[in-house]
Write a protein that binds this ligand. Structure first.
Ligand SMILES: [Zn+2]
Length: 168
């Protein structure tokens, strides 16, 4: 192995360690932890790393027994917490969809409900049935769309901020 390759390995290791250190600061309910990791990975395979933004905007991800249907979950920007209704655990597809929705809120902060009329994962109203998300092809397409929307919004937001800075 060349010296260069060793260096790359060490850098990758350091990068992983620093990400883990950040992750440990976020308190995540143990039943939601694998799904949070899944969300981050789904973004990464689509060229978007949400981990640094989530770890900056979120301190706790919890199951909340006080939430009653039709309230499935919410992201509290002020307290940097994500609340998922405990009853959503009844169905893996539901808890996953709700968690993905709220995680996206934490990534996009004020720009959450991008889609009022369409049936996207980030529409304001939950779908009549979550069962379509159990179909792998539909779920994959939904995520393709989701991570494209996230990146477009973040890019626009960045543009706006630079423009504001110029105007000042
Ligand atoms: Zn929402």
């Amino acid at each position: 192995m060349s010296k260069y390759k060793n260096l790359v390995t060490i850098l990758l290791l350091l990068f992983n360690v620093s990400l883990l250190a950040q992750e440990e600061k976020v308190l995540i309910d143990s039943s939601l932890k694998p799904l949070v990791k899944e969300y981050i990975n789904e973004g990464r395979v689509r060229g978007f790393d949400s981990a640094p933004i989530i770890f900056k905007n979120v301190d706790t991800i919890m199951l909340d027994s006080t939430l009653k249907y039709p309230m499935l979950g919410y992201y509290d920007m002020e307290f940097k917490s994500i609340h998922i209704a405990r009853f959503t655990l009844i169905d893996r597809v539901i808890v996953k969809s709700v968690l993905y929705h709220e995680l996206t809120h934490s990534v996009l902060k004020g720009y959450g409900h991008v889609c009022y009329k369409c049936r996207s994962l980030m529409s304001e109203k939950s779908p009549d049935s979550f069962s379509k998300y159990a179909i792998k092809e539909v779920w994959d397409e939904t995520l393709d769309e989701l991570f494209i929307i996230i990146q477009l919004i973040l890019e626009k937001d960045e543009e706006k901020r630079t423009q504001n800075n110029i105007q000042r």
